[in-house]
Structure formats: C-alpha cells, structure tokens
Ligand binder design. Structure first.
Ligand code: IPE
Ligand code: IPE
Ligand code: MG
Length: 253
C-alpha cells in the first residue's frame, strides 16, 4: 500500500523531527563579492544576486516553522568599503524594503530591522521603517535584517541605556543581571539563536549577535551567498539536528 503523504508536505523536512527544527536561525550572508568576481563581474552584482537567496531562504524557513530568521546584511564595519559599494548597498536595501512587501504580506512575516537604523540614509531608513510598520500585526516568522549592526555596538548601547536608567534613579545597579541586559538590547523580544550559518567558508563571527549566539550551533558552508538556496538551508538544518547540544551540562541516558 502506498504511504500516505505527510499532512503538510511543504512544511517540514521528512528526515528531521519537528522538534529538531531550530526556532531561531542567524545567517552571515557572505561571499557576494567573490561570486561576482569569479564571473568577471563587478562586486556589486553579487549583492543584487543575493536578493534571490534572501527570498528563497526566508520563504523556506517560514514554511519549515522557523520562528525567527536574522540575516546579517550590513555591519558597522562595512562603512569601510568603497563609497560606491556602500551607496549601492543602501539603494539595494531601500529597494528590497519596497519590493518585498507583497511577499512579506503573503507569508504573514513580521519584518524587523536590527541595528543603528537611524544612521542610515533617510530614504533607506524610511522605507525600512515603513515595511516594519506594515507587517507589525502579522503573526508569522520574524524576519530580521541586521543592518548597520555590530554585536559590540549593541552591547555598548545596552550598557549606556542601563547606566542612564540607573543615574535617573529608575534602576538599581545591583539588580542588573543577564535578563536586564537582554532586555536592553535592540530587540528585547529576540530569542537566543539556535543555529548560525555562515556562507563562503570563513570561520568567524565578524561581530554578529555576540550576546544571542552564546550557545548557537555553527555551520559554515563553502557555498557563496548568491548561490545559497533552500536546499543549502535544509542541509544546514540536517547538520544542526544531528548535533548534541549540552549547554554546559552533561548528557544523561
Ligand atoms: C557579503 O558579501 C555582503 C556584505 C558584507 C554586505 P561580501 O561583499 O562580503 O562578499 P566577499 O566576502 O567580499 O566575497
Ligand atoms: C560579515 O561579512 C558582514 C555581513 C555579512 C554583513 P564581512 O565580509 O564584512 O566580514 P569579514 O570582513 O570577512 O570578517
Ligand atoms: Mg565578505
């Protein structure tokens, strides 16, 4: 007798138990420049091509039941790049914010930014804010774009905020614990990241989500970001599902 198809054929990986699907995934989207140069093109073409990877990956993650997907799109250190590349990236981000609204709506995605958004060019910031506003009542996956983001900057900003509260008499310094610090981060509702994926082979964190990745599992792939598709996400999740997470404890049994 033929086996009955799974109830939601597109909603999970048949070989990964639902409870092993990471609730929160962060991706360091790297290798855009290398991808373009390999084809003899300008680096910026790689950034444009990377948009298709974002779309396919976000859709697949939402279908799998991932709760939060955080994509590292521009670090506080990326301002060091040539001005023309930075300008191009800012325009691309603005266009992304506008063009992806129907897709975000269709999938019920809650779109958010993470980082020092106020320091972005006005038009980029405004369109990003508008996309956040439009999707605020959605109840599907949270899709965060880490933009003008630095893990150290986030921690320094949180420390300053707590110090200001203490000086104003609203906070007792003795009460500052891990929960208080987590509550002062850019998005206090953000959960700990379970899986960090980095594309393009580099074995480093590059200032991404330092607080939230304390016990994340790391998967580094050779695939360059413009070539990354849902199959590559599935492969990373399979690797994650096979890992033993101990959180400093011992595995019993
Ligand atoms: C990642 O690709 C995109 C950003 C950091 C904005 P890169 O532009 O870093 O590409 P490579 O690493 O130089 O190939
Ligand atoms: C990390 O990539 C930043 C983003 C993906 C936005 P980089 O290309 O900037 O990192 P490094 O310089 O190789 O560490
Ligand atoms: Mg890079």
């Amino acid at each position: 007798m033929a086996k009955a198809p799974p109830p939601f054929p597109d909603r999970h990986l048949p070989d990964v138990p639902v409870e092993k699907i990471p609730a929160s995934i962060g991706i360091i989207m790297d290798g855009n420049g290398r991808w373009a140069r390999r084809l003899g093109w300008e680096r910026i073409k790689g950034h444009t091509a990377g948009i298709d990877s974002v779309r396919d990956t976000a859709r697949a993650a939402a279908e799998l039941g991932v709760k939060e997907l955080t994509l590292y799109a521009f670090s506080v250190e990326n301002w060091k790049r040539p001005r023309a590349e930075v300008t191009y990236l800012m325009r691309l981000l603005r266009r992304f914010a506008v063009d992806e609204r129907p897709e975000i709506e269709r999938n019920g995605i809650q779109f958010r930014t993470l980082g020092r958004i106020d320091d972005l060019p006005d038009s980029t910031r405004n369109e990003l804010r508008e996309s956040e506003r439009l999707s605020v009542d959605n109840d599907g996956m949270v899709l965060r774009l880490a933009l003008n983001y630095g893990g150290r900057t986030e921690l320094a900003d949180a420390a300053r905020h707590l110090a200001e509260e203490a000086v104003a008499g609203r906070l007792d310094p003795a009460s500052i614990d891990e929960a208080a610090l987590a509550g002062a981060l850019y998005d206090p509702s953000m959960r700990d990241v379970d899986l960090v994926i980095r594309t393009a082979s580099e074995m480093r964190i590059s200032n991404f989500l330092l607080w939230q990745i304390s016990y994340a599992e790391l998967v580094v792939t050779d695939v360059l970001w413009p070539e990354f598709r849902r199959e590559n996400l599935f492969a990373a999740i399979r690797e994650y599902a096979g890992r033993e997470r101990r959180f400093g404890g011992l595995v019993t049994g």
